[in-house]
Structures are given as structure tokens and as C-alpha cells.
Design a protein around this ligand. Structure first.
Ligand code: 5AD
Length: 362
């Protein structure tokens, strides 16, 4: 019943058994121990500074058919856009004005974003602004693109492996014809090219078990990633997986050992990841802030996270970048988002990180 909790060690001192035990724990008083351990570890290893990364959603075109994602190619309901070079530059200037160290450019896997176009944008951001680090999140691009962008000034690249359950991954992330998706290989390649690499998962994908999330945390421990993004799976009604989720919910028909896509579950994964990889950069994700609008972001920052990615995308484009629903409902301007994040940080007694905020930067 009230069995002794397995110890909340840090790095190799946190056992796989403990990870799974804590993932299954639902007693909110017990969980206070996990939150306290994660918060203390975060403070000790990466300090009180929260690194702000300004996000620009550069394009919502995508060649992929990921069954969870609202901007999948087959979703005809999406009005597609690609921003101009000047829009990216405006966002970069805004990031500097707001004091953000890093600019993140994210898009669907869009080959309309050519190698040359992105290289030119990177060079302009580098030469015309004082942004100190540039992160890309543009999908499974060929090695030649990744190399050219590194050369042109990109420092970091984000590519979540989404789940370590191979069979589930194949189900939610169909290959392109003739190209097997191997995100682990791409992550290794990114590191060879001198990028700081980031990965991550969604929590509560239909078919994702507690045991498989414990495997994800094990994998994080062994991977040497600079950034790990963890967010709840948010069902999008215009996607096959979103429709499956709704049917399962209506019929209360879940696979055995199904992990929930809740705020609480996401916080447990985040906190355990902080313990497993004490010096990594962990964002309090937008998806986490949406699943609990009142407390999600604050909880993230109090349970292991040390990064926030405020959205700088102009409103018109932002509402079309609907990888999950409700994102568009966030109608705040970049200025309003910035103010609310600054208020939140000061209410939590946290400071704003200076500079690029690489791993282990206290
Ligand atoms: N719910 C939650 N996260 C999602 N992502 C994409 N679609 C969804 C969704 N419906 C996440 C994926 C991807 C990242 C850019 O956004 O993890 O890697």
C-alpha cells in the first residue's frame, strides 16, 4: 500500500525501477517529494536563470503524414504559408529587444524551404542582429542541408524521437516512400556536424504505455542531448490519431497500461528527466501550458524546467500553425506573451538567462 518509495537519485543513481514507480505514482502528497527533488536538482545544476528562446514558425507546409499532427500534408483544411526573409528578421530584432538569447526557427518538413534560402536567412540573422544562438527545427532534412545550415550559422537543431516504442513510432510517423525514418541517426549526425542537439517526446500518445515512457527516460539518460522537450500529446480533431483518441475516450477503450496525456503525467516525465539528466536544458513546453492554462507553465518551471520558448510568429501565421488545437486560440501578441512570461518568472523568483544559454550554463 504505502510501500517505501524507491530513492530519487540523480543521473546513474536513479534506477529504471524508480522511474517506472514514480511514473505510476498518483498520490499528490507523495509526488511532492518528486517535485522537490527535481526543483532542487534543477537549481543546483543549472541555476535559477530561465533561458528564453524566441520561436518563429517559418512555414506550415509539410510533406509528412504524421497521424498526430495538425499540419500533416493530407490535412486540406490548413491554409499554408511560408514567411518572408524580412519577417524572420523582424522576429529576430524583436527577440533581441525582449532580451532573448536565442532564435528558434521551426517549420513542417518543407522542401519549399530550400537549402540556399535558409542559409541566406541564417547569414542575415547572424550579420544584422546580435542574436547569440540560432536553433533550427525543420524535420528530417538530408545531411547536406544540415551541414550547409551549420556552416551558415545555425548552432542547434531540435528533432524529437517522439517515443522509443519502435512499433508505435512507425504507426504515428509513416515513412516517406523509399526513406526509412531514423531520427537517432540524424541526431548523431547533427552532433558530428557540431550542432547542439535536442530531442524529446510526447506524453500520452494512444498506445504509449507507462513502461515505454520509462524506456524513453532511460534513453534520455544515455543520449547526451543538450535539450529535451517533453509535452503532452494533444489530440487534433482533423487527424487520424485525434479521431482515434476521441473514439477511445467516448468508449473508454484504452490499450493496457495506457499512460494519460495529462498535465500531471507530463510533469512526472519532466521531473524524472531532470533527475536522469541533471544539466540538460528542459523547456516548460507550450503544449504543457495549454493542457493546464492556469498552472501548466509554472508547474513546468517548478518541476524541472529551465527554458521557455515565447512565440514571436506574427498572429496571422501563428493561427495557421496548428500542430495541435487551441494553439490558435492564443491570440496574444508577442509583446503580451513576453509580459506574461516576465511576470511569471518574477513571481517564481526566477531570473532571465543572459546569453545563449548552452548546456550547463549557470
Ligand atoms: N500534440 C502534442 N505535440 C505535438 N507535436 C506535433 N503534434 C502534436 C500534437 N498533436 C509535437 C511533436 C513535434 C513537435 C514539433 O510538436 O513532438 O516533434
Amino acid at each position: 500500500m504505502n510501500a517505501a518509495a524507491p530513492p530519487l537519485g540523480v543521473a546513474d543513481a536513479l534506477s529504471r525501477e524508480a522511474v517506472e514507480w514514480w511514473l505510476r505514482q498518483t498520490d499528490v502528497e507523495r509526488l511532492e517529494e518528486l517535485w522537490a527533488a527535481a526543483d532542487e536538482t534543477r537549481r543546483r545544476y543549472v541555476g535559477d536563470a530561465v533561458h528564453l528562446r524566441g520561436l518563429v514558425e517559418v512555414s506550415n507546409y509539410c510533406v509528412r503524414g504524421c497521424t498526430y499532427c495538425g499540419i500533416r500534408a493530407a490535412n486540406r483544411g490548413v491554409e499554408r504559408y511560408r514567411v518572408s526573409e524580412d519577417v524572420v528578421l523582424d522576429c529576430a530584432h524583436k527577440a533581441v529587444d525582449f532580451g532573448y538569447g536565442t532564435l528558434v526557427m521551426q517549420a513542417g518538413e518543407d522542401y519549399g524551404i530550400s537549402r540556399e534560402w535558409m542559409a541566406a536567412v541564417l547569414r542575415r540573422v547572424r550579420s544584422e542582429t546580435s542574436i547569440s544562438a540560432i536553433t533550427l527545427s525543420l524535420g528530417e532534412r538530408p545531411d547536406e542541408d544540415l551541414a550547409a545550415w551549420r556552416e551558415a550559422g545555425a548552432d542547434r537543431y531540435l528533432l524529437r524521437f517522439e517515443t522509443s516504442d519502435e512499433e508505435l513510432y512507425r504507426r504515428i510517423h509513416p515513412d516517406l516512400p523509399g526513406r526509412v525514418s531514423d531520427r537517432m541517426r540524424i541526431l548523431r549526425r547533427l552532433q558530428e556536424l557540431g550542432y547542439e542537439a535536442g530531442t524529446g517526446i510526447m506524453v500520452g500518445i494512444p498506445g504509449q504505455t507507462y513502461a515505454s515512457i520509462a524506456d524513453d527516460v532511460e534513453l534520455f539518460r544515455g543520449m547526451d542531448m543538450d535539450m529535451i522537450g517533453i509535452g503532452p500529446y494533444l489530440p487534433h480533431p482533423a487527424t487520424p490519431l485525434g479521431q482515434e483518441f476521441e473514439r477511445r475516450r467516448a468508449e473508454d477503450d484504452w490499450p493496457e497500461d495506457q499512460a494519460p496525456n495529462s498535465e500531471l503525467m507530463t510533469c512526472k516525465v519532466l521531473a524524472l528527466t531532470r533527475l536522469a539528466r541533471p544539466d540538460s536544458n528542459l523547456p516548460a513546453t507550450t503544449a504543457l501550458s495549454l493542457v493546464d492554462k492556469a498552472a501548466g507553465r509554472a508547474h513546468g518551471l517548478q518541476r524541472g524546467a529551465n527554458v521557455v520558448m515565447p512565440n514571436l510568429t506574427p498572429l496571422e501565421e501563428r493561427e495557421r500553425y496548428e500542430i495541435y488545437p487551441e494553439k490558435a486560440a492564443v491570440h496574444e501578441t508577442a509583446e503580451a506573451i513576453n509580459e506574461s512570461i516576465m511576470r511569471l518568472l518574477s513571481s517564481l523568483g526566477r531570473t532571465v538567462g543572459a546569453g545563449a544559454g548552452g548546456r550547463g550554463a549557470v
